[in-house]
Ligand binder design. Structure first.
Ligand code: HPA
Length: 280
């Protein structure tokens, strides 16, 4: 099989042959949070299945797509549908589209996800600006030989989530009159939701929210030097009510209800970041 570098070159050349616009910002839309895509003025859509070396979807009809377009006038590249470790993809496959985005020139990545809260101050529907993560409960995408041209063997992870972007996001939330938390995301493999004892453990080790995505994408993005920002939408409460049962349907519904806040945040962030990039 071709090396990672060769595969990425193939992928990037194919995508560029279909759309030559250079995106400023990459966006990953989480479960139940896909409506943001309808705010993008689409220039080109590419189904994952047609892109060379992209992971192949395990679910028929749920292939996902890359969307090139303008969000609030800013050129973005959005992933509608992400790959999860629990679906059977390797951690490197989960990370592959992020590396492709980097190859296409994306330097800033905005991610969203649905997550369970273990911080007792959080409510369903709250937004949490992620300022750090715990990835030990899942598998690192950088295991194996390092591709030195992508990034270092031992990447620094002291600030995986860019502090300046978090500060801008907090200001936007104040301007639009909604509150946000700042907290730590704990990545787990899934697909089971956590037991009561596991939720307590996650809280005890410093997690505020827990979810089955994101950390592998963030590690791959930080490895390449991208700036990363992530918002979790709290879709369920892990440890509060003793009779609390969590279902996927309730997670999706809560995500949809919180979506307008997320959309506002990402739209405003896109234009603020474009202004900042022009200034520097
Ligand atoms: N645990 C793990 N993943 C999740 C949860 C949760 O409680 N809610 C949404 N995704």
């Amino acid at each position: 099989m071709a090396s990672l570098k060769e595969r990425l070159q193939d992928t990037v050349s194919y995508i560029q042959s279909k759309c030559d616009r250079k995106p400023l910002i990459g966006i990953v839309l989480g479960s139940g949070l896909g409506n943001l895509a309808s705010e993008i003025i689409v220039e080109k859509e590419l189904g994952y299945a047609e892109i060379p070396h992209f992971p192949v979807s395990t679910v028929k009809g749920h292939g996902g797509k890359l969307i090139f377009g303008l969000l609030n006038g800013v050129p973005v590249l959005a992933m509608s549908g992400r790959f999860h470790y629990y679906e059977g993809y390797t951690p490197a496959e989960v990370a592959y589209p992020i590396r492709a985005m980097h190859g296409l020139g994306v330097q800033t990545l905005l991610l969203s996800n649905a997550a369970g809260a273990v911080n007792p101050d959080y409510q369903v529907g709250d937004l949490v600006l992620i300022n750090d993560h715990i990835s030990f409960f899942t598998v690192n995408p950088l295991l194996g030989p390092n591709e030195d041209e992508l990034g270092p063997r031992f990447p620094d992870m002291s600030e995986p989530y860019n502090k300046n972007i978090i500060a801008i996001a907090k200001r936007i939330a104040v301007d639009y009159g909604f509150s946000v938390h700042e907290g730590v995301y704990t990545g787990v493999t899934g697909p089971t939701f956590e037991t009561r004892a596991e939720y307590k453990l996650i809280r005890a080790v410093g997690g505020d929210v827990v979810g089955m995505s994101t950390v592998q994408e963030v590690i791959a993005a930080v490895h390449t030097g991208m700036k990363v920002f992530c918002v979790s939408v709290v879709t369920d409460l892990g440890i509060r009510e003793e009779d609390n049962i969590i279902t996927h349907e309730e997670v999706l519904q809560a995500a949809e209800e919180a979506e307008p806040k997320l959309t506002t945040l990402f739209k405003e962030l896109a234009s603020e970041l474009q202004r900042n990039i022009k200034l520097t």
